[in-house]
Design a binder for this molecule. Sequence first.
Ligand SMILES: NC(=O)c1ccc[n+]([C@@H]2O[C@H](COP(=O)([O-])OP(=O)(O)OC[C@H]3O[C@@H](n4cnc5c(N)ncnc54)[C@H](OP(=O)(O)O)[C@@H]3O)[C@@H](O)[C@H]2O)c1
Length: 314
Amino acid sequence: MKKQRITVITGANSGIGKAAAHRFASEGHTVVMACRNMERSKPVLEEIISKTGNEKTTLMQLDISSFQSIRNFCHDFKSRFDRLDILIHNAAYFNHGEKYRLSLDHLELTFATNVFGPLLMTELLLPHLKKSEDPRILNASSNIIKHFFDPKRVIEMDNLKGENIKDKSFSVYKMYCSSKMALVMLTFTLAEEFQQHGIRVNGLQINGAKMSKNTLQKVTPGWRTIAFVQNLYFPPPEKIGNLYHELCTAEEFSDATGKLFNDKKEIMKPGIPDPGLSAQVRQLFSGAFYPLYADNRENREKLWKFSKEVIKNN
Ligand SMILES: NC(=O)c1ccc[n+]([C@@H]2O[C@H](COP(=O)([O-])OP(=O)(O)OC[C@H]3O[C@@H](n4cnc5c(N)ncnc54)[C@H](OP(=O)(O)O)[C@@H]3O)[C@@H](O)[C@H]2O)c1
């Protein structure tokens, strides 16, 4: 008999998250759509229930950029469910072209949403994940991390608490790239930390999926044009939603932890150090490699310590 899993998907009202919620619901799992805007999300919940007939699909309020909202969500979740089997960190802030914005906790909004929020939520849900027979966490990353093949590229941790809020050259695109790299690095560290509990933690490098009109509206007009053109070539979000489902439920991936998958379900390898020109080009375009920056122990420890302090002090 197929295992019935309790699944939390953040940002499940739109795009890939919605497609994933639909897929999990159609397989009969309990799906908690963790979404920030209940008004926008309720019709999506109703659509999923009516199309799948799965009444175990539910909606709970979560603003992943706010520590208080995360605490409220986790408290409510724990009072309603006795365990958690699958946690998918799908929600993200990528409003390219926007100026520097701070979250309610006075943290740069991209990192608050894509990195610190998911870390706090994971830690608060840990006791419930430990109660699962087959606990899995999946973090949605992006091929944008390829910028870190540039050896000069680093995650700037001295600009995440409003330090350079007036800097006119601030770029959400660059911050988004750093946040998705940080998420991959935390994936590797969390996998090590949670090994003792049998909790598998993996990342998925997404190359692209068609974006909704609402998502296109979030970026400034120049970025919207780029995204519009990309959308012509991107696969439908269902392709990635189905991948989430496979990576989190298939027996074939049950031993995988601390891995970054590409969208062909292959485990990616760390890049080759000091590659020649042809190897460099292969690394960039093959989809088989991720930048070595993610594997560097010193980089990872620095980020881990910084992120843990941020969530502890808020
Ligand atoms: N589409 C692509 O080409 C692509 C490529 C690489 C990686 N990805 C990754 O794939 C994931 C899904 O993206 P998508 O393309 O499906 O975009 P999307 O349709 O815009 O979905 C993003 C979701 O995140 C939610 N969200 C944003 N901030 C939130 C917050 N503070 N609290 C709770 N939810 C929040 C949004 O909710 P609202 O509706 O309330 O804004 C939305 O439901 C993201 O992690 C993204 O980085 C996508």
